[in-house]
Structure formats: structure tokens, C-alpha cells
Design a protein around this ligand. Structure first.
Ligand SMILES: Cc1ncc(COP(=O)(O)O)c(C=O)c1O
Length: 375
């Protein structure tokens, strides 16, 4: 059994993907071919924002926005302690300081109360200037934007939504990647919408920001004269081949894959809710199920379930075994470990089960049977 079966998806879409790849090979427009613009338009329309600016990966997407906003040493960038390292390290790459925040124990997303406390603490210390909040839509579930937006307004902070795992989710029909001042996603193969290599995108309603991003992803060149470089930029483009692969994948994602993962999640929850803590999706929220993550009582129980599943040929993953404040790269931040009781507990007790749109009902039931017998 595969944790995320990319081959099953390829086989379902093979004809369209192969034809699109062939078209790119025959056209020879490997950089900024017409498929890149077409994909950007379709993604912006789906998300419901004015602009989509594609780039090389989800990490660059975050970094490009921080670069466009002029984030620099002395700035504080608030993000969750329980996420993939890039959500925080992009602040360090700019020379700014990531300020890590504990999570809500039920949703695993950044806790708005802890966020406000972290902002207050930072202001009182007076060493850093609060600038940006990077909420992460962890495991596919949108963060608590209604509360986060109130906090951002109160303290005059920018919001950069990290939707790398959340693409396809929504809150009351408002889609992931449309929250905040800008949002990003990743097309890493295992993401809800993945390509066959690296890829990423930025979303915003702000015309000026979109223009700046289009320039700095291509060496800071002027959009009118490509040999006039107006700003300090980088080389971070989405390959035409990846855009051509994503086009039919986006159609399948919208037409049935998103519903399929929600069916799988429902099935897991029905079968497992009496024996473990199953994922909580608040009212009005819709998840794209980048991961289906259950919570056990303690580390011993989690590790033993993972071992048991492995013995029966069922892959499972621990996202994430180390909260960011315990990572060597962030040791210099000196953030007191007592600030993160919920992310520490989550790192010891969570387990993500196989999840993808092509997972059949009998396979889900088999995973659940094995989990039940282990517990
Ligand atoms: C929450 C989050 N942010 C950012 C990234 C970075 O995306 P990429 O791997 O495309 O650079 C990832 C990818 O794993 C992620 O899960």
C-alpha cells in the first residue's frame, strides 16, 4: 500500500498528461511557455483572487513575498511551531526573526490567543518590529483566519497565508490561498495539487505586489524591457512542463479528487472515532486532507501503532516529530520551551495514515481493522 499513490493518479490521467507533455516537447517553449500563463489564470480563477504568480517551489513562494515586502533584519515574523521548516526559515533567510507560536491542540493550527500573546511579548521586549504573520493551513485545514485577521488589524501586521498543504480547502466557501494580503502554495508531488517535480505559486488581489513578484521571480527584470533589471531578484520560475502536467491535474482535482479525499476522511473517522482522537474540522471549514492525522494518548501508544501498521505493510508518517523550537537551526532564537505545550504534545502523539483520492474503501477499512486490533 502507498502512503500517497501518485502512480494511481497518473494512470487515471495518463492520456491527458502524456499529450500535454508531448505538446511542450514539440513546442520547445520550456521557460514561460503558454501553459504557465494558462495555469496561472485557471488557478487564480479557482481560488477567487485577481493574481496568481507561479514560481519554482513553495519555499520560494514564501520568500518572494517577504522579499517584495522588504522584510529584513530587526523584523519579527510570527508563525506556528508545528509545521514544515520552510514556514519559519524563510524569515531567517531574509535576516528577520521567526517568532514561533503554539498551536490549537484540536486543529493543530496556530492558536490565535498564543499569537496575540507572542505579539505582545515581542512589543514589550522592544527588540524586534512585528511585521508579518504566516499562518499555515496544516494537513489541509485552513487556519482560523477570522481571528487571525482581527489580530493582524489590531497590530497592523501583514498576513502571508502558507497554503502549501491547504490548497482546495475553504472556510464558508472562501477558498484557501485567498486569505490575508498574499498566500502561497506548493506543487511538491505529494501535496493536494502536486506536479512531477518542484513548483509553487503566490496569490494576491494586490496589483502592485503581483507586478513586483512577476519581476523579482525573473531576476528583477522590468516587465516592459527584459534587459532592464529594476530590482534585486532571483530565478524562480515554474517550468512549462510542470504547468502542462498541472493543467489536467487541476481539472481532476476540482471535478472529483477533492471530494474523493473527503470521502476517505469520512470513512476513516467513522471507523476510528471511538478508539482514537480523529481530526476535527470546525463548522464551516472544509479540508483538502493533505494528511489524515489521528492523535493517540501518548508516544508509546503512537509508536506501537506505527510499528504494528508497518508489520502489516501499512505505511504511516509522523508529521512532525520535532516542533520547530527544538530544531538546531532555531536554537539561537532562545524561545522558552514552556511556551509550546500543545506542539510538544502533538509531536509525540500524532500519526498520519495513508490518504489520497484513489484509496479504495476496502483498503481504508483494512487500515482501520489493523489499527483497531493494535489499540
Ligand atoms: C507548510 C509548508 N510550507 C512550505 C512548504 C515548502 O514547499 P516546497 O517543498 O514546494 O518548497 C511545504 C512543503 O513541504 C509545507 O508543507
Amino acid at each position: 500500500m502507498e502512503f500517497r499513490d501518485l502512480k494511481a493518479q497518473y494512470l487515471a490521467l495518463q492520456e491527458k498528461i502524456d499529450a500535454n507533455i508531448k505538446k511542450v516537447l514539440l513546442d520547445g517553449q520550456f521557460i514561460f511557455g503558454r501553459q504557465v500563463g494558462e495555469l496561472e489564470e485557471k488557478l487564480a480563477e479557482y481560488v477567487g483572487v485577481k493574481h496568481c504568480v507561479s514560481c519554482a517551489n513553495g519555499t520560494d513562494a514564501l520568500l518572494l513575498v517577504l522579499l517584495a515586502w522588504g522584510i529584513r533584519p530587526g523584523d519579527a515574523v510570527f508563525t506556528t511551531d508545528f509545521t514544515f521548516v520552510a514556514s519559519a526559515s524563510v524569515a531567517s533567510v531574509r535576516g528577520a526573526t521567526p517568532v514561533l507560536v503554539d498551536i490549537d491542540p484540536e486543529t493543530f493550527n496556530i492558536c490565535p490567543d498564543a499569537l496575540e500573546a507572542a505579539i505582545e511579548r515581542t512589543l514589550q521586549e522592544g527588540k524586534l518590529t512585528p511585521k508579518v504573520i504566516i499562518p499555515v493551513d496544516l494537513f489541509g485545514l485552513p487556519a482560523d483566519y477570522p481571528r487571525i485577521e482581527e489580530i493582524a488589524k489590531k497590530y497592523n501586521l501583514l498576513i502571508l497565508e502558507d497554503g502549501a498543504q491547504g490548497f482546495g480547502g475553504n472556510i464558508n466557501e472562501k477558498r484557501v490561498c485567498s486569505f490575508g494580503d498574499a498566500a502561497t502554495t506548493s506543487f511538491f508531488p505529494a501535496k493536494p495539487l502536486g506536479c512531477y517535480g518542484d513548483g509553487g505559486a503566490i496569490f494576491t488581489d494586490n496589483d502592485e505586489l503581483a507586478n513586483t513578484l512577476r519581476s523579482i521571480r525573473a531576476q528583477g527584470r522590468s516587465l516592459k524591457d527584459k534587459y532592464d533589471n529594476r530590482a534585486v531578484g532571483v530565478n524562480s520560475r515554474l517550468d512549462t512542463l510542470q504547468a502542462a502536467i498541472l493543467l489536467p491535474k487541476l481539472v481532476a482535482f476540482i471535478e472529483y479528487e477533492l471530494e474523493a479525499v473527503n470521502r476517505v476522511a469520512k470513512l476513516y473517522t467513522e471507523q476510528l472515532k471511538d478508539i482514537v482522537q480523529t481530526p476535527i474540522v470546525p463548522d464551516g471549514y472544509y479540508s483538502s486532507w493533505a494528511q489524515y492525522t489521528i492523535t493517540m494518548e501518548n508516544k508509546e501508544q503512537r509508536d506501537s501503532l506505527q510499528r504494528h501498521l508497518k508489520e502489516q505493510g501499512i505505511p504511516s508518517m509522523v508529521y512532525y516529530p520535532r516542533p520547530l523550537h527544538t530544531q538546531t537551526v532555531f536554537a539561537n532564537l532562545g524561545q522558552d520551551s514552556s511556551l509550546f505545550p500543545n506542539s510538544k504534545k502533538a509531536a509525540e502523539t500524532v500519526l498520519s495514515l495513508p490518504m489520497h483520492p484513489y484509496l479504495e474503501q476496502n483498503k481504508v477499512e483494512n487500515v482501520c481493522e489493523i489499527a483497531k486490533s493494535s489499540l
